[in-house]
Design a protein around this ligand. Structure first.
Ligand SMILES: [Zn+2]
Length: 378
């Protein structure tokens, strides 16, 4: 009879395992119910505009449930977009304390740095970003964010230490930004150094600022040949800058023939308005007013332009004394119209201005504010 009791042992073991499993399940369910309860009350606080209580409630969950981090990141980003930087910081700081896999931890570090930047805590943001410059995934974004700090604080000299890091990325805009910040750092020096500017020109061929500054520096130091080669490089590679470059090139003692060839190329191949206007003046001086007038009429039929029309009015006034009085009042109207028009616009954000900025005041990008094109263009 006693032997029969041994036969019941497997049944008892199975019963024990079953009950044990149920108890774990029960605990799990209880835990989940508590999470759901906390989450629901957290969301409820959020929906009833009690954001501080909501954050407390939701942050408590973090200790238990690390799998919902994406939701917290989305919530923190939402606060940052709304301008509630302190709330975004609290969430990101809490996430930053969790032990997470490296890529996720670095992403949170980057987000926290962005919060600090938005809140004006530049030193804290910089400290976090410095660690991310070597991360293959975040290096480019971390460098851009670091450069935003240098722009805000005007600490241009700090850019220098990231030259190598920029070279290890493929970003064109980072190279242009680096070139511009190094020029800004040079400008803070008591004296402009032509050799430094020349080496920046060589190292950053994508940026036009070093060449522009070199040309102005060379002109100030009576070195027209050096200025000329820098300016010709700009118009060759970025003909849209001709409006600002041609007046400087005029100071570089170009031979008449060279000047004519340059203007012809820009006017006929690039359809640059400033070159068309200057070429018409050249024709009026070296050829005849009729040739200049015909050239302007041809250009106007190809491409309507207010500035070309303005030049045509000036030449017609010189040619015909009786028509001069009428034409001069038309010219006054055209001048008044053009005086109100923007001379530059940002190709990145569309910001329009009559002054030139190397750094767009609206979108904070370097070298995107260019002379305007189109019917009012130059
Ligand atoms: Zn812009």
């Amino acid at each position: 009879m006693l032997e029969l009791l041994f036969l019941l042992l497997p049944v008892a073991a199975a019963y024990g395992w079953f009950m044990g499993r149920n108890s774990v399940k029960h605990k799990e369910l209880k835990g989940r119910a508590s999470i759901t309860r906390n989450l629901s009350s957290g969301l409820n606080f959020l929906l009833t505009d009690q954001e501080d209580k909501a954050i407390e409630q939701l942050l408590e969950l973090l200790d238990i449930e690390a799998a919902t981090i994406e939701t917290y990141l989305a919530l923190a980003n939402l606060f940052r977009r709304k301008g509630d930087w302190d709330k975004a910081i609290r969430i990101h700081e809490k996430l930053h304390q969790l032990k997470l896999p490296k890529p996720q931890a670095q992403q949170i570090q980057f987000e926290l740095a962005k919060d600090y930047f938005c809140a004006g805590l530049y030193d804290r943001a910089e400290k976090l970003l410095v660690n991310l410059v070597k991360s293959p995934k975040l290096a480019e974004m971390a460098l851009k964010q670091l450069f935003s700090i240098f722009i805000a604080t005007h600490e241009w000299h700090k850019a220098e230490q990231y030259r190598q890091a920029v070279e290890s990325t493929t970003s064109r805009s980072l190279r242009v930004a680096m070139a511009n910040m190094l020029v800004e750092a040079l400008k803070q020096a008591p004296e402009q150094n032509v050799d430094h500017l020349m080496s920046l020109c060589e190292q950053y061929p994508l940026a036009i600022r070093p060449k522009f500054e070199l040309a102005q520096c060379a002109l100030n130091q009576q070195q027209p040949l050096l200025a000329k080669s820098a300016l010709l490089y700009i118009v060759d590679h970025k003909p849209q800058w001709a409006a600002d470059i041609l007046p400087l090139l005029r100071q570089c003692q170009l031979a008449d023939d060279e000047w004519y060839q340059l203007l012809s190329k820009l006017a006929n191949k690039q359809h640059n308005i400033s070159a068309v206007v200057l070429l018409a003046r050249w024709l009026a001086e070296h050829g005849s007013a009729t040739a200049a007038e015909q050239f302007l009429l041809d250009k106007l039929t190809q491409q309507p332009s207010i500035r070309v029309f303005q030049q045509l009015l000036q030449i017609r006034q010189q040619q015909s004394a009786p028509a001069a009085e009428v034409l001069s009042s038309v010219e006054e109207l055209v001048n008044a119209y053009l005086d109100k028009k923007s001379l530059y616009s940002c190709r990145n954000c569309g910001f329009k201005t009559r002054n030139h900025y190397w750094l767009c005041p609206s979108c904070q990008q370097w070298e995107t504010v260019e002379p305007v094109a189109g019917i009012d263009g130059r």
